[in-house]
Design a protein around this ligand. Sequence first.
Ligand code: PEP
Ligand code: MN
Length: 273
Amino acid sequence: MKNLKLSNKTKNKQKTTFKISNIEVGKDFLMIAGPCSVESEKQIIEIAKKVKKSGANILRGGAYKPRTSPYSFQGLGLKGLQYLKKAGEITKLPIVTEVVDTRDVYLVAEYADILQIGARNMQNYSLLQEAGRTKVPVLLKRGFYSTIEEWLNCAEYILNEGNDKVILCERGIRTIETYTRNTLDVSAISLIKQLSHLPVIADPSHATGLVSIIEKMSLSSIMAGSDGLMLEVHSEPAKALSDSEQALTPHQFDGIMKKIILVNKFCKQYKIL
Ligand code: PEP
Ligand code: MN
């Protein structure tokens, strides 16, 4: 852990906090929700209104999609960014969206309140450095096969460029298990809270790939110390252009949100975190 000069918890730096709009990251619970992909202006505005009503405080939506197959929907690109921004403005929700290409970092940074660096790009060092130069908050997802130390080293690349607004996101890693899409490493959330001052959130949607266990994994992540959650929500999951099998309906999301609020209250009241 010697190399973790900037992400390590120290006597003087116990916790990173910073503002995004009226949210204090590291203190306020981040509830990021929205579809996997921005599919149309109507789709993203509609879902933004629904997730906001249920209690989300940040809107997600991919405009540049890193897909396993080159024949799958690749995202709407610039149009997607524009639609997402409009949906964010209408609902007054800050927006997070993924940047997959170093050449697009400044363009995406003009639109996004948070730049997402996805699991597939966690160790794309030039992308990390470029995102670090923007000073826009960065949501750094954990790579499929990455250790906690490798992940924190990637955060160092961003911090080392002078951008101290880094949020880590545990989104599941590959293990021998095949019933789930990935394995949510809940222990990593707790451990990161001990090792680092950086905020860490969980993404049970990508971690499980299974709507039926997203609620339980969300609540477990909160108990483990997560500073927030990212959940994929779609008005018509069966018609979603990406990650349709893991998308919650707005109704399901609303039910989960009620429990998230309760568990957060419980944890605060009994000082569990
Ligand atoms: C996403 O958030 O839609 C995504 C592609 O996530 P990950 O990089 O974790 O697979
Ligand atoms: Mn997705």
